[in-house]
Unconditional design. Structure first.
Length: 202
């Protein structure tokens, strides 16, 4: 077995994915999101990701775990991954503990991965502020987060080593006062009444 195959199996087994349920769509998607976050923290297993309406997706990763499902489910590996790699995998797993109660685990990781993708990977998204990240999520995702969920996700990512990825597109703000656009005002209103119900822009 090649070293890259051994690494894939070891990482998969530590990512706390339900191996027996891997053929289920939800577990499939959860594995995709966790692997994306893992790679952004430097554990690069060579998978490239694209944007879909449900968030980040890797055709290569999808093909890999379908072609190698029997190894992922049953292979016993005697080698161990190094401690620093384990710590990074554990960071990705620990993000689940910061999940708010009103969102399930799959949608939570989908939100986290989507935020990193639109701020650090895909250059076509115009992101120059925290509010702009929320706007892009709301405009381009099928599962649209609430403002409260977004803020929880932003805090969780910043607390776990992703802050520079979230803010690298932010432009230096001028000290001169700027007139707020209708879009800015819409999102301020959205943030203010988020807990009261769905907001419809004028």
């Amino acid at each position: 077995m090649l070293n890259i195959e051994i690494a894939n199996i070891l990482v998969f087994q530590r990512l706390n994915i339900d191996i027996e349920q891997l053929d289920e769509l939800d577990q499939n998607r959860l594995y995709q999101r966790k692997m994306f976050l893992l790679q952004t923290l430097g554990i690069d297993l060579g998978y490239s990701f694209i944007w879909s309406f449900n968030g980040v997706y890797s055709p290569d990763l999808y093909e890999y775990y379908h072609d190698n499902a029997k190894y992922l489910k049953s292979e016993t590996i005697t080698q161990e991954i190094k401690e620093s790699t384990k710590q990074i995998i554990d960071i990705v797993n620990s993000l689940d503990s910061e999940k708010p109660n009103d969102i399930d685990t799959l949608l939570w990781y989908e939100l986290l991965a989507s935020m990193i993708y639109i701020t650090s990977i895909e250059h076509s998204f115009k992101v120059n502020s925290k509010l702009a990240i929320f706007y892009q999520l709301y405009a381009h995702k099928k599962n649209k987060p609430s403002m409260a969920q977004f803020l929880c996700a932003y805090t969780a990512l910043c607390n776990n080593g992703f802050e520079s990825m979230l803010t690298q597109k932010f432009k230096q703000k001028s000290n001169l006062p700027m007139q707020k656009s209708k879009q800015d005002l819409d999102f301020e209103r959205l943030s203010a009444i988020d807990f009261l119900g769905k907001y419809q822009p004028d």
